[in-house]
Design a protein around this ligand. Sequence first.
Ligand code: FES
Length: 177
Amino acid sequence: MASNRNDPLRKFVYRGDPLAEPPPPELAVIFSQHRGEPDALITALEEIQRHYGYLGQSHLQYLSRELGFPLARIYGVVTFYNLFRLDPPGKHQIRVCRGTACHVNQSAQILAYLEQKLGVSVGETTPDGAVTLQTVACVGACSLAPVLVVDDETYGRMSADEAWQTLVALAAEEVNA
Ligand code: FES
């Protein structure tokens, strides 16, 4: 029988369990390296996040099924350590340094200003998916404090407004590209 997209019962049709399928090859490689290692949970999570940029629900379900870690334990670890992300990152990673040298040079003001201008808090991504705002402990450029890191590029001796203008310029570059 041909499927009818307007059928009101359509949403109740069982479409199978995606986890009944084998994991995608990139996950399978990670799992194969840690099978039988009871202490490999954090390492496996780091490797999955390195590959995808975050830890998706299905990634964690596959991890649980394939390596035998209970899902509750996995989520316990993921939510305890703030290095793990459960949401896809934005297109650009904006990091405000909170190391000592940057802190004494008012990096907290830069962070507060960017939070206000972007409308997100640390760790969050703007609704359009353009930017994820983060902090970093120290990027080794203390003589340039306070420091802002945009993706892989470091900007030193920033004021709050200069930090914001750096992001504005980045957005303008993309529009004109
Ligand atoms: S404290 Fe910010 S770069 Fe070192």
